[in-house]
Ligand binder design. Structure first.
Ligand code: GDP
Length: 388
């Protein structure tokens, strides 16, 4: 019995040793094990380079003097002090030269002719139509000019000038209230800028912010045209140049939420004016209505919208006018910013757009320079057209 037990113990020992030996012989090598990915080690900072401290970390207090990081060497952008808006139209009146040639000089020359027969009146009518005065206002003007010329009898050059000046002014409406509502008691005024892409909406928003800063106002800009990254960056640049805060959202983000945040910032910063640049995609009328309607509703949770400024490119004629009409049907437009008047002979659009939309022109764009936006002054405009 004892002999059997001894044999079993010896066999068991041999078996254990054999299994152990086999394991040692065939154990997996490190490279055969599935590897765990470790991030590559950051290269050790070179001499003269400073490892940036992480968030909440203290800089280790190295003893070597190191050059400042590149961003510290870049000078902070200088904040410009723009000129005030008053008197700008006088300064920019020479920019109306092209309209002056057609509407001003052209009409003066025709009206000064000795004999004003039907052919001349047809030419006068054509001149007004060509300058985009619009069919109905042209008829009214021709009728009134005819009557006044008859009453006048003989016409001195001064008489003709006065006649034309009075008539153009009457059509433009010097009595219309052109106040841009950029102030509100106890809160920032909100200006919503709408219009078709390419009309100069973003530029006008930036120029307006600049002009208001020039007038001593504190301005916040809202980049609610989230569909175009370029528009947001453009607005940021305008804001940075004059120290106006810019609220922007992610590309393709909700325009209404950007508008809301901009108004909230305006209130928090005790700003005078919040200007919101919107997207001008004319996809469908209902799409546009939904988009702008939502922006306006969401803003109104915070503050009233004081001004809805429709931007219209003066060079686009009837086509531009039709598009502007769609906007006017969708939102309650309170003022028109007529851009690119410097590049057109069609200054008569001031008359037709006011008549078509029933809203006064409040601002005019007279160039691509940052200060080439002016409050619209009917008398300066007419005098620029026909010469003093
Ligand atoms: P948006 O798409 O409506 O926002 O249009 P932008 O603001 O980007 O302007 C389109 C182009 O029109 C730019 O090149 C502007 O410089 C130009 N622009 C805007 N206003 C005027 C203006 O009054 N006169 C001239 N000549 N160009 C203007």
């Amino acid at each position: 019995m004892d002999g059997y037990i001894g044999i079993i113990v010896i066999v068991a020992l041999v078996a254990v040793l054999a299994v152990g030996g086999l394991f040692l012989l065939f154990r997996p090598k490190a490279k055969d094990l599935p590897s765990v990915q470790t991030p590559p080690e950051a290269p050790a900072p070179e001499v003269g380079e400073r490892a940036a401290p992480g968030l909440g970390e203290q800089d280790g207090g190295t003893t070597t003097t190191l050059p400042p990081p590149a961003e510290e060497l870049v000078k902070a952008p200088e904040i410009e002090v723009p000129p005030p808006s008053a008197g700008r139209m006088v300064r920019l009146r020479s920019r109306l030269a092209r309209s002056q040639n057609v509407l001003g000089r052209g009409l003066l020359e025709l009206l000064s002719r000795d004999r004003l027969d039907d052919d001349v009146w047809d030419e006068i009518e054509e001149t007004l139509i060509t300058a985009d005065v619009g069919v109905a206002p042209t008829r009214v003007m021709v009728e009134e000019l005819r009557t006044k010329v008859k009453v006048l009898g003989s016409r001195s050059p001064q008489d003709v000038r006065r006649l034309l000046r009075d008539e153009l002014l009457a059509q433009i409406g010097p009595e219309l209230d052109r106040t841009l509502h950029t102030e509100a008691p106890g809160r920032p005024a909100v200006v919503l800028v709408v219009g078709v892409n390419g009309t100069g909406k973003t530029t006008t928003s930036g120029k307006l912010a600049r002009a208001l800063v020039g007038d001593g106002k504190k301005v916040v800009l809202g980049a609610a045209d989230t569909f175009r990254a370029a528009a947001t960056d453009q607005l940021q640049t305008w804001g940075d140049r004059v120290g106006a805060g810019v609220v922007r959202g992610p590309e393709g983000g909700d325009p209404a939420s950007v508008a809301f945040d901009a108004v909230a910032k305006g209130i928090a910063d005790a700003a005078d004016t919040v200007i919101i640049d919107t997207a001008g995609r004319l996809h469908t009328k209902t799409g546009l209505m939904d988009e702008l309607g939502k922006v306006k509703r969401v803003i109104e949770k915070k503050a009233m919208v004081d001004e809805v400024l429709l931007v219209l490119d003066a060079t686009t004629g009837q086509n531009g006018m039709r598009q502007a009409q769609v906007f006017a049907e969708v939102v309650n437009v309170t003022g028109i910013a007529l851009t690119k008047l410097d590049g057109t002979a069609k200054g008569g659009i001031v008359i037709s757009v006011q008549r078509e939309l029933g809203v006064p022109v409040k601002l005019v764009g007279l160039g691509e320079g940052p200060d080439d936006l002016a409050p619209f002054d009917p008398e300066v405009f007419v005098d620029a057209l026909i010469g003093d």
